[in-house]
Design a protein around this ligand. Structure first.
Ligand code: SF4
Ligand code: SF4
Length: 462
């Protein structure tokens, strides 16, 4: 008898336990209508119900109800096959908050599932090192910039050495680092007539690889009346950890950022990376059980604006440099779905004199970047990247505009793989050039400024 009950006990499904358990009332909100299925990129690619939002919510509910083990292989596979793109959330009539559910489910997996040793080492060293202290990432970007400028990069590409050592695809994702990384506290931008104060959220990849875009953000904000600075003490937003089930590490970074922007004083917190903006706006949920930071997280989040959102609050100050060019818009998931910002970038682009926006088919379908998804799940990421590239190419536009570093790099790689030389630009780089911004920072778009649009002319390469 005792043996039978021991076997029963051992066969019992392993439940959610510990911290960050997917909330039951959030799970129960799903009425299984299936309206989210067509918007889900993994469902669109596989046609498999298990790879859909509804399928994944069934799996989470089954674990929550004790019908499925947390360590079930399909559960683990589906929680990480999901891109956390939030497209399902944006169309759900029941208001299911899918993002917090999948992030909690991943946290459960990380608490209870033993990863192989090499993965644990990788996650806690190589992956964490540059995000825990962004100065390290900026130092790495300086080295990378030197590597690109010394000619070493093109030598290794041409000789095929990068391909032989398996780094060709990874290297291709990194854009040319045009300017030195932007260090907080070193630069400010002052308008002629001040209408408000803006503190730039510098980010990790944005400050390191896209320092030119962060500076362009400062200039464009100043053109539009915002006295702008980059507060010291800020770091990575923590999205990398929220998306990979390491919520405690995300909380450490969230607290540091709240401290830094409180010290910076009053003013709007402006973000030009959709993924970071979404993460910053969700600090109240991340820190809801923190007695010291819960209320402060709400005050912090109320100050956060995506740059598209802030600039579109009023008509832009007129731009002096017409850009006779055609562009198309790729909507980052964490801008359009998580923050529901879609009309604002279009409105801003339409105010650029001479610029023509050509809408892209499936502009809001995930490009496959999704944090480190394109590294951990290259097959699905490539399929989605190819789909996005084909849609971008079909527009015939001269450049693709977006506003998230992950999308930027994924689009660039996917376009090259599909034989296109369309450059990828951040929206503030376009606005900056239209305001006559520094030519040095506009590595492709300056070719288009004030020139007649000619779809047959060779594109400037990236
Ligand atoms: S998540 Fe929303 S849209 Fe999808 S099945 Fe559930 S209720 Fe329907
Ligand atoms: S977050 Fe995106 S990939 Fe994940 S289930 Fe929702 S729509 Fe599908």
């Amino acid at each position: 008898m005792a043996t039978i009950s021991l076997i029963d006990e051992l066969q019992k499904p392993i439940p959610f336990s510990g911290h960050d358990i997917p909330e039951d009332d959030l799970l129960r909100a799903c009425v299984h209508c299936g309206m989210c299925l067509p918007s889900c990129p993994t469902y669109r690619e596989t046609g498999d119900e298990a790879s859909s939002p509804r399928g994944r919510l069934w799996l989470m509910s089954a674990v929550s109800d004790g019908k499925l083990s947390l360590l079930d292989e399909d559960f683990g596979e589906q929680m990480y096959q999901c891109l956390n793109c939030r497209a399902c959330e944006a169309v759900c009539p029941s208001g299911v908050q899918y993002g917090p559910l999948v992030e909690a489910s991943r946290s459960q997996l990380e608490q209870h599932r033993q990863r192989p040793l090499w993965q644990r080492v990788l996650r806690n060293t190589v992956m964490s090192w540059p995000f825990d202290d962004v100065r390290r990432m900026r130092a790495g970007a300086m080295v990378l910039r030197l590597y690109q400028r010394s000619g070493m990069s093109s030598f290794l590409r041409k000789t095929g050495i990068l391909r032989i050592i398996g780094l060709e695809n990874l290297e291709r994702m990194v854009p040319d680092i045009e300017e030195a990384p932007l260090t907080p506290g070193t630069e400010t931008w002052t308008p002629q007539n001040v209408i408000g104060h803006a503190h730039v959220f510098n980010g990790c990849v944005m400050s390191s690889v896209f320092g030119d875009v962060n500076r362009a953000t400062g200039r464009v904000l100043a053109h539009n009346g915002y006295a702008t600075d980059v507060p010291v003490g800020q770091g990575c937003c923590g999205a990398i950890y929220s998306h990979t089930g390491m919520l405690d590490k995300a909380r450490v970074l969230a607290r540091e950022n709240i401290d830094a922007f409180e010290r910076a004083g009053e003013g709007t917190i402006v973000v030009n990376a959709a993924g970071c903006g979404s993460a910053l706006k969700e600090y109240p949920h991340l820190l809801k059980d923190d007695p010291v930071y819960a209320e402060r997280a709400k005050a912090f989040a109320s100050r956060v604006f995506d740059v598209n959102e802030l600039l579109d609050k009023q008509p832009l100050v007129p731009m002096s440099s017409p850009m006779a060019a055609t562009i198309t818009l790729q909507e980052p998931c964490h801008l359009v779905h998580a923050q529901r910002i879609s009309a604002q970038p279009r409105s801003l682009l339409k105010q650029v004199p001479g610029l023509t926006l050509i809408e892209m088919h499936e502009s809001s379908l995930c490009c496959g970047s999704a944090g480190i998804y394109n590294i951990t799940r290259p097959q699905m990421a490539d399929a989605l990247g190819d789909r996005k590239a084909k849609n971008a190419i079909a527009t015939g536009a001269e450049a693709v505009v977006t506003s998230n570093p992950g999308c930027h790099m994924q689009l660039r790689t996917s376009l090259i793989r599909n034989g296109s030389e369309q450059p990828v630009e951040h929206i503030v780089s376009i606005l900056d050039v239209a305001y006559g911004g520094s030519a040095a920072n506009s590595w492709a778009i300056d070719d288009y400024a004030a020139k007649p649009s000619d779809p047959s002319r060779p594109q400037s390469g990236i």
